[in-house]
Write a protein that binds this ligand. Structure first.
Ligand SMILES: Cc1ncc(COP(=O)(O)O)c(C=O)c1O
Length: 488
């Protein structure tokens, strides 16, 4: 277990994390899968630990914002499927394949990148031992994941289970001398034991003939796993929900080097009481999904919903819901129905006074002496400041809880320290916990309280806590682990 030498820390309750995942699980349809969103270092809670804990609780996928975050998880031994929710530059594709990381795609540069990879690795001059062409034992398992193009059957029942099923497994062999590629397509049956059948074909195609190769589907090369994003109204990332999306998805599903595992969108206003905009986004998305389904194209993962949708309208989220803020025990807004999923905050911010003194009336406190004691006051110095994520904009506004009572933070918050007026509480010892966010006895300071003082949202409060603050993981009331990247 790592340690720390500064009496300021964040407590992460693994019990609360588990409780929250279970609470969602109970509120969601039984077959709906959960993605644990751990971007931004798990919203400040520690991405690795949260991902591990969430997987133990049965979530199916981990979501991060960009490739580096996914690589960190892999480096730390997280084996779960990981989806990069944001943009990945083409240079990241080989790494994504090597580390089995699923990318979000929606731009044409993908095709150029894939063609370049193909040309670089499939011809006679291809580097020996290129990871791109190495055969992995699990390749046949990979081939049963992703998009399915059904043959000669009407679209099946909608819903998560209907999207799994029988998919073609293709056996591709590349002759390193001639660059010729042979493809044999056989049938494979996924875990749902669908009775769909595929015919077997055998053909030979030249690796440098890109057009021909694009219609084949190899299993011996490493495919890039992707989820295709459609922008139904967030205006951020994704294909417009029209023919552009249909042709992109169709092309991707047929592509030699892609395993199109999922398709998704993101709701912009699911946390608002009025769900009209969300329903409109859903309608646009549904049109695309239905259109594809009518052509026999289905996906293993179809997802739209975040925590707000998971709480208020899980029925709009197809086969998976992407949980971020709710998993951390915070509500996405005051407008969602809190009764449906009862959450417990996971993070607390704690410190201990490192210096306590009694000052006469008129004493100036901190930079700019914006605060002067109004009489004889007892002032405690707390070793936490804006470089820890305790924003300077909280100066003169925030409170701490000491001995079960709220006391004001006085004067400007410095980079590493701030001061609290602890007058009237008696002699405060260095051992006593001071709570800056969290609960002590009957008092609580919530992420929402701090967010209100700063004019922001609870999301930003937990994300702001910097890596200088060690994360202490609590289970059953006991310290289970400590992460302190500074002295790891
Ligand atoms: C694409 C995507 N999905 C899911 C989430 C999780 O959202 P929330 O934290 O509101 O559950 C986010 C977070 O911003 C996101 O960007």
């Amino acid at each position: 277990m790592e340690t720390f030498y500064r009496p300021t820390w964040v407590e992460v309750s693994l019990d609360a994390l588990r409780h929250n995942i279970r609470a969602f699980r109970q509120a969601l349809p039984a077959e709906m899968k959960v993605m644990a969103v751990v971007k931004a270092d798990g919203y400040g809670h520690g991405a690795v630990k949260v991902a591990q804990e969430a997987m133990e609780c049965g979530v199916s996928y981990i979501g991060v914002a960009f490739l580096d975050e996914a690589l960190e998880l892999r480096r730390e031994g997280v084996k779960a499927p990981i989806l990069v929710l944001g943009y990945t530059q083409p240079e990241g594709i080989p790494l994504a394949i090597e580390h089995d990381i699923t990318l979000t795609v929606f731009q044409d540069e993908l095709w150029t990148a894939l063609e370049e990879r193909l040309q670089a690795t499939s011809g006679p001059t291809a580097e020996a031992g290129s990871s791109w062409l190495e055969k992995r034992p699990e390749d046949s398992a990979h081939a049963v994941m992703g998009a399915s193009i059904r043959q000669g059957k009407p679209p099946s029942m909608r819903g998560p289970q209907s999207r799994a099923g029988c998919r073609p497994t293709n056996v591709i062999t590349t002759d390193a001398t001639t660059g010729r590629v042979s493809k044999t397509e056989t049938a494979a049956v996924s875990e749902s034991m669908s009775t769909d059948a595929f015919t077997s074909t055998s053909e030979s195609i030249h690796a440098n003939d890109i057009d021909t190769i694009m219609t084949a589907t190899p299993a011996t090369t490493h495919k890039l796993k992707v989820h295709i994003k459609i922008d139904t109204g967030m205006g951020r990332l994704g294909l417009q929900p029209n023919d552009e999306a249909i042709s992109y998805i169709t092309r991707a599903v047929e592509h030699l080097l892609l395993d199109v595992e999922g398709v998704y969108t993101h709701f912009a206003c699911a946390d608002e009481a009025d769900k009209a905009y969300t329903l409109e986004q859903h309608r646009k998305f549904e049109r695309i999904i239905r259109h594809l389904e009518e052509r026999g194209v289905t996906f293993r993962y179809v997802h739209t919903g975040n925590s707000a949708a998971g709480i208020d309208c899980p029925e709009l989220s197809y086969s998976m819901v992407r949980l971020g803020i709710g998993m951390y025990g915070l509500y996405p807004s005051e407008e969602v129905n809190k009764e449906r999923v009862q959450l417990e905050p996971v993070m607390s911010i704690k410190t201990r006074a490192v210096h306590v003194k009694t000052l006469p009336a008129g004493s100036g406190i901190s930079y700019g002496t914006t605060y002067h004691t109004s009489g004889e006051e007892c002032i405690a110095t707390l070793p936490i400041g804006y470089a820890d994520g305790y924003s300077r904009m909280l100066s003169g506004k925030a409170q701490a809880i000491v001995r079960g009572r709220k006391v004001p933070i006085v004067g400007r918050i410095c980079m590493d320290q701030c001061m609290a007026n602890v007058s009237g509480l008696g002699d405060l010892s260095k051992e006593e916990e001071v709570v800056l966010m969290g609960r002590q006895q009957d008092e609580a300071i919530t992420a929402e309280d701090l967010a209100a003082l700063l004019g922001t949202v609870n999301y930003e409060i937990t994300c702001m806590v910097s890596h200088r603050v060690p994360r202490v993981y609590i289970r059953d009331g006991r310290r289970e682990d400590v992460l302190n990247p500074l002295i790891r």
